[in-house]
Structures are given as C-alpha cells and as structure tokens.
Ligand binder design. Structure first.
Ligand code: DX5
Ligand code: ZN
Length: 228
C-alpha cells in the first residue's frame, strides 16, 4: 500500500475552510490533519474544538487531530465528541499520558504520541504497546512551510526498529515534499502530513498524486521537454 497523505488544514484558506475540507477526498487525501495550537505549548494560536466540529460536517475522511496544547487531558474528550478520529499529542505536554491514551481507546478512537525533532525515539518506548501510532516532527511545532530538519529522517529507522512487528503506524509531520517522501517511505513512514506542499500547489490533486506515487513524478520528468 502506498503512503497515506494527511493534508494539514493549517495551510488551507481559513475563510473557506468547509469548502477546502470538502475537496480533500476528491484530491486523493486519506486523512485530514488538524493542527490545534494554544499559543502556550507552541508559538502560534490556530483553532480548537469548534473548528473540528464545524469541519466534521464537510468530510467523512478521518480527522487526524494534532494537539499542540498544554494539559491536553482536559480537552481530549471534547475533541473526540467534536468528531476527532485520531488524537496525537506530545508526551511532554501532559502529566497524564496514560490517562489520555486510555480515554481515547475507551471512545473507540486511535491515539498517537508525537516527538519533536530534539526528542529521541526512546521517549516513546514505555508507551509503545499502548498506542496506535507515533508521529515524528520534521520541524518544531508552530507554523507550516518551515524548513525541513533533515536529521529527523534518521529517527524513522530507530522508530521502525523499536516498533518491530507491533501494529503501530509511523506518521511524519513537517517539511514533507516530493524531495524527501520517497526516503521517508523507504524507512517506514506510513502516513505523511503535508500542509504547504499540498495547499500551495497549483493543482493539489496532482501534488497528492506525486506524494503518493513517485512513479507519476518520474513519468512527468521524462515527458517534460523544456525547450520544445
Ligand atoms: C507544524 C504542524 C504541521 C505543519 C505542516 O506545527 O504540526 O502539521 O502544518 O506544514 P508543512 O507541510 O508546510 O511543513
Ligand atoms: Zn501537525
């Protein structure tokens, strides 16, 4: 199966959010990545529970809710009620990591832990049998379109080794593009988040196809005749 793509709506048009979200399925997206930031855990404020509830009506794709907030345990239930299908959070943001994991599972949804670029893979070792996915960050939380921190690529192989034959997915978030997705996939990434690469493209459908199937990109390069 080719890599799944979860476009980040942080790069969508906030004034036309419903419209943009409704288009994602037709563009070939698999999940919808929702970046929730509180201005305390990271240096930006985006949106919260009402936005998840609002966009839920515009798509049946899984809502992949990335919490970059302090005390996520206080809000996780509300995000689930609003329609989140997958909750990911940063272990350092909560004093009750296991409580959140249990709560999400009790609600029949998926949960993952997120590692910032400077946090080693061993930090998730003690939770690895309790979670459905681990998300590695290729940038520090806060903004779309930041420069990809190339060293984060090596963590994928460490994480793959830690996961072994467990049923735990690897998601990658931040700086994903056609320039690095092939290597990510070969190292074991199952889901790629993409904000600016997808929403900034002239043709987002084509951009997602490129991310999911590099063969198409190769064909395109072969067919490209710059001076004819
Ligand atoms: C960063 C967010 C990312 C970001 C991805 O804080 O968690 O999801 O929006 O955007 P790109 O793909 O543009 O790096
Ligand atoms: Zn994110």
């Amino acid at each position: 199966m080719s890599i799944l793509v979860s476009p980040s709506i942080l790069s969508a048009d906030f004034a036309k959010m419903g419209e943009d979200v409704a288009k994602l399925k037709g563009w070939g997206a698999d999940w919808v990545h929702c970046d929730v930031m509180d201005g305390v855990f990271c240096p930006n404020i985006t949106f919260g529970i009402p936005m998840i509830k609002a966009i839920r009506k515009y798509t049946d794709l899984p809502l992949d809710v990335h919490l970059m907030i302090t005390h996520p345990e206080r809000y996780v239930e509300k995000f689930l009620d609003a329609g989140a299908d997958i909750i990911t959070f940063h272990p350092e943001s909560s004093e009750d990591v296991e409580g959140i994991i249990d709560n999400v599972h009790r609600n029949g949804k998926k949960v993952g832990l997120v590692l910032n670029p400077n946090i080693p893979v061993r930090e998730v070792a003690k939770y690895i049998d309790m979670i459905d996915l681990v998300m590695l960050m290729g940038v520090y939380p806060g903004f779309s379109a930041q420069k990809f921190i190339t060293d984060t690529m090596y963590k994928i192989s460490d994480l793959k080794a830690l996961i072994g034959d467990r049923d735990v997915m690897i998601e990658f978030d931040g700086g994903v593009s056609v320039d690095n997705i092939a290597e990510m996939e070969s190292r074991g990434v199952n889901v790629a988040v993409s904000g600016s690469y997808v929403f900034g493209a002239k043709d987002p459908k084509e951009a997602i196809a490129f991310l999911k199937n590099r063969k198409k990109l190769d064909d395109y390069i072969k067919e490209y005749k710059p001076f004819s």
